[in-house]
Design a binder for this molecule. Sequence first.
Ligand code: BG6
Length: 494
Amino acid sequence: MSPLASSPASSASHTADLVVFGGTGDLSMRKLLPALYHSDRDGRLSPETRIIALSRGGLTDADFRGKVDAEVRDQVPADDDAGWQRFLGRLHHLTVDVGGDDRSGWAALGAMLAGFEGRDRVFYLASPPMTFGPFCRELEREGLVTPQSRVVLEKPLGRDLPSAQRINDEVGAIFDERQIYRIDHYLGKETVQNLLVLRFANAFLEPIWNSLWIDHVQITAAETVGTPGRRGYYDQAGALRDMVQNHLLQLLTLTAMEPPARNDREAIRDEKVKVLQSLRPIAGTEVDRFTVRGQYTEAAGMPGYLDEPGSTPPTEASARVETFTAIRAEVKNWRWAGVPFYLRTGKRMPQRRSEIVVQFKDVPHSIFPGGTPNRLVLRLQPEEGIELHIMAKEPGAGEVMLKPVPLSLSFGKTFTARVPEAYERLLTDVLAGNPTLFMRRDEVEAAWRFIDPILQAWEASAALPEPYPAGSTGPAGAHELLGRSGRAWHEEEA
Ligand code: BG6
């Protein structure tokens, strides 16, 4: 059994009513419903489990099923028509006038859930964070929160520490912490879970997993996509809030955490939060030295951030939004003292590439010319896998020539099982009541404590993000961030 699956995640879960706020939205159609279909197909949804989408859309159940059929069907294998029809039969839609005076939608939801109080109830809030508190209050007002209820909160959880605390207080007034599942979909990715298995189910890494042997760590999430149609959200967020506060810091915690004493939800999360609390704050004048921000400009036939189509027109604030950021972080504890953790994320980069690169130090005394230090690469995207770069001798009878070569594990090639989407794993865990892969309140708030001073320094600065051409590897500052200590980003050395 995987160390992260201490509850019966792989068997059919209890019968549940899953209520999705924002049920006809982009996340629901692109991620949640396909993930639920695959869970159903693999026998992980009990036969009576219902999926109830809420929106303002005025759809009947039949309309909603038709919409899902039209938009999600292409993700269903051709030979599973029966399974797909069974899945469609689980779907319901209710029109709820959120924040409005018409209470009939809430009453309809109450009527639909009445008589099923013994079931697990999952309220999935795939809606903007300012709605989390009000929605939870509505649920309580309607008497819909039962002891078996859980609430799932999508990121972003606030836009700084005070707003995150406010949301946590509001949701925490209605639900116990054990009932709150804060999603970070990166934690559902196979390689991310494999990182823990690699570190804690294999003995050989632990003795060298520290500042004696490791020079630095690079964590990259590069995307080729821009932000078309997303200005409303992205102008408010930027790369630091959108990717670093959650996804990249989560990857950092799993890389840097101490081995937990037990395979249990709290032991793992206790160790993760300690890492976040050990991050050396970056504030004031240090922000310019240890962080970089960039914004993509028109190039190679791609529009710049300010000209992305399908969005509201840019405002003055849009020019200050970072679509790229790089940070030199440090974990101030015995294991990691002096080891930089370089974090980097950007839109409109040349390649879609998400990876953790652990760069080892050079051998203490080299007897061969031209060696390259070892490097461990955990690739999340495009193809999930692990590579250990070692030095080998090139075949030949002449002079000994060294060559760095990868020992590679491709999950796709090694394991025949389908690699599930991150949301599939996470929804399975929510339905099984296993919160290990979800962020606890103290984790989210510790992450904001690290991010807030950077945001404040950026906001106080008159400087704009450095421009970088769409399709390039980011602004010059990102290269200098490593270059000034004689290091380079992984792909530049590859
Ligand atoms: C989301 C961000 O959380 O993650 C998006 O809001 C980003 O901006 C996405 O594109 C990346 O996820 P993935 O799984 O494609 O790396």
